[in-house]
Design a protein around this ligand. Structure first.
Ligand SMILES: *Cc1c(COP(=O)(O)O)cnc(C)c1O
Length: 361
């Protein structure tokens, strides 16, 4: 038998989640956001699952965009940070990719490259997140420069929200976007794109022409503090499982794991799971992080090590070596695990280590 840790990827769940995203988007078209190898799930399997229904794919990496075209994908492909060089800009025009343009340097790349075909762009406006995009006061001049290059195809106006997933919401950024968009495009002829998963689900006013759902497609709640993935009707796509490879009987007062951070309050049985931070399980997950052992909820004990973690078998008298464990996914909400570890499901999924075998089911 090989080491038992395994990530199962469920393309059917991915498809379900995409169709749900579309259904919740009014009439807007929906990018399938597959950056970072589909949030760690494997881009190919996810793309294959929605190939006949996807409106387009959004990602970061030039190589991944090229791979989609080489695989025969004909839908729009959007690079969310745009190009990093003139060569990438040129390749984008030739491959029919859509580039975000967020900086004067990217405007210059377009001006200075011989493109050979019109380039579709997402003109990005910084409406308050202060990450990427043109400031409202700079936007008109930048767009005019782009237009006068004569190299553009379709132009879409875009922004990104900082707090769509929390109480604060999007009002200030939405107002800012509308103001700038009206100035740039008074007749309202250009398509617009604003919403990530959280805005798609919470704020229909932000749906516009294209939505950009990411995490919800993978079955993570974009706002675990407000609503669980299950309550939203989402299905987990990645299920990380392993098995017990050891059992210890400890006495009251004995400690468990590195640093001895867990002390047994009474005699108890402890299971050792073949899964650690070198597999992508978060080391910050302290004692009490939920885990499914033999289909029953239990908790982790002590520190996560590189290759193993310990679980409480107090209420699992029949559990022993080979007992199956689900770290997250089907039966164990990844958002709960992430919250216990002080992070978000996005990070759990993206951190899945290359050494973990994946099985597309
Ligand atoms: C990653 C990303 C998204 C998707 O965000 P989710 O929170 O995963 O839905 C949307 N837009 C941009 C610009 C992104 O970078």
């Amino acid at each position: 038998m090989s080491r038992p840790v395994l990530a199962r990827i469920a393309p059917g769940a991915f498809r379900h989640n995409y169709l749900l995203a579309r259904q919740r988007s009014g009439g807007a078209r929906a990018w399938v956001v597959v950056k970072a190898d589909a949030y760690g799930h494997g881009m190919q399997a996810c793309v294959a699952a929605v190939r006949d229904v996807a409106d387009g794919y959004a990602l970061l990496e030039h190589e991944a965009a090229v791979a989609l075209r080489e695989a025969g994908v004909t839908q729009p492909v959007l690079r969310l940070e745009g190009a990093f060089s003139g060569a990438e800009t040129q390749a984008a025009a030739q491959l029919g990719l859509t580039l975000v343009v967020h900086s004067p340097a990217q405007v210059a790349m377009i001006e200075q490259s011989a493109l050979g075909a019109p380039l579709d762009v997402y003109f990005k406006i910084n409406t308050g997140m202060n990450r990427l995009g043109f400031a409202p006061a700079e936007a008109a001049a930048a767009l005019a420069r782009l237009r006068s290059s004569g190299k553009l195809g379709r132009i879409t106006l875009a922004t990104h929200f900082a707090t769509a997933d929390v109480e604060a919401g999007i009002d200030a950024q939405l107002d800012c976007f509308r103001r700038v968009a009206t100035q740039l495009d008074p007749a309202g002829q250009l398509p617009r794109s604003l919403a990530n998963s959280a805005a798609l689900l919470r704020f229909p006013a932000a749906h516009a022409d294209w939505v950009r759902p990411g995490i919800m497609l993978y079955g993570g709640s974009p706002m675990p503090g407000l609503q669980s993935a299950q309550a939203l009707g989402l299905r987990p796509v990645m299920t990380l499982t392993s098995r017990l490879i050891g059992v210890q009987q400890v006495q009251a007062g004995e400690r468990v794991g590195y640093g001895g951070t867990f002390t047994a309050p009474q005699a108890m049985r402890i299971g050792v799971v073949a899964c650690g931070y070198a597999d992508g399980y978060p080391r910050h997950a302290g004692t009490g992080t939920p885990v499914m052992v033999d289909g029953q909820r239990s908790r982790t004990l002590g520190r996560v090590s590189m290759d193993m973690l310990a679980v409480d078998l107090t209420d699992l008298p029949d559990a022993g070596v080979d007992t199956p464990v689900t770290l997250w996914g089907e039966g164990m909400d990844a958002d709960e695990v992430a919250t216990a570890a002080g992070t978000i499901s996005y990070e759990l999924f993206c951190a899945l280590a290359p050494r973990v075998p994946r099985e597309v089911v």
